[in-house]
Write a protein that binds this ligand. Structure first.
Ligand SMILES: [Zn+2]
Length: 241
């Protein structure tokens, strides 16, 4: 089913119902009734996560955790992954989806435990990567390898690349999809295209999405500047004897 929104065509994965994929379309009808796609304030409606929300230090800047922030094809795969896990009794939450260059730079400054990618090198910056965490009894579970494997296998069945296969670093929270597109190509503005025809409006969707990403880039750059200014003021005042 293709759901169209005002102005934003919003390509959607055509679900094969025979495959009994649990896909919740209420999400899309909900955002449709909000009529926010064309609004300049649409970006403000994205789900964000605060630092330590999942009990880990993820830096001062908020994380964007909205699946709408992702490339439409990858977004739908992530919806499916969440649904597939749910069907297996595993609750997963999105920790971070799209990442601004300012946020990426913050991680880079936090050390190699956080990222080895400098600005422009993370798939998150192109809406093609997403971090999740399983929730057990209301708590995030980061260290359960068997549980991660179950989630990872579900992602791989959907054609996603899973960071749990990597050793440097082992990153089981991370899923990505690039359809073979390299980081260099992404940097040059080339985005992957699904090989099937279920996304007839992909170019329009991507153009709109890129505009929203730019708004976030601007907002987080300003937020980062404010944090730096505040730090400077604090250290200046502490120098007063
Ligand atoms: Zn990641």
């Amino acid at each position: 089913m293709l759901i169209t929104h005002m102005g934003w065509c919003q390509s959607t994965l055509r679900i094969d119902t025979k495959a009994a994929a649990p896909f919740d379309t209420t999400f899309f009808s909900n955002i449709n009734t909000q009529g926010l796609y064309d609004s300049q304030l649409y970006w403000q409606n994205w789900l964000i996560r605060k630092n330590f929300e999942f009990e880990k230090n993820r830096g001062e800047l908020s994380m964007i955790a909205d699946l709408k922030a992702l490339h439409p094809y990858f977004r739908d795969k992530m919806f499916l992954l969440i649904a597939k896990c749910k069907a297996k009794g595993i609750q997963i939450e999105v920790v971070e989806s799209f990442r601004t260059s300012t946020k990426q730079a913050e991680y880079f400054g936090m050390g190699r435990k956080y990222t080895r990618s400098a600005g422009g090198n993370s798939k998150h910056q192109y809406g093609l990567a997403c971090d999740v965490v399983p929730i057990v009894n209301g708590k995030p579970v980061w260290e359960n390898k068997a549980l991660w494997r179950k989630i990872g296998v579900e992602g791989e069945k959907l054609g996603l690349r899973w960071g749990g296969r990597w050793r440097h670093p082992y990153d089981p929270a991370h899923f990505e999809w690039t359809n073979g597109i390299t980081t260099q190509e992404l940097k040059a503005g080339i985005f992957p295209k699904p090989t099937h025809t279920n996304y007839p409006c992909l170019d329009e969707d991507m153009a709109m999405l890129k505009k929203v990403w730019q708004t976030w880039e601007k907002k987080q750059k300003e937020a980062w500047q404010q944090l730096q200014d505040k730090e400077k003021m604090v250290s200046a005042s502490s120098e007063i004897p």
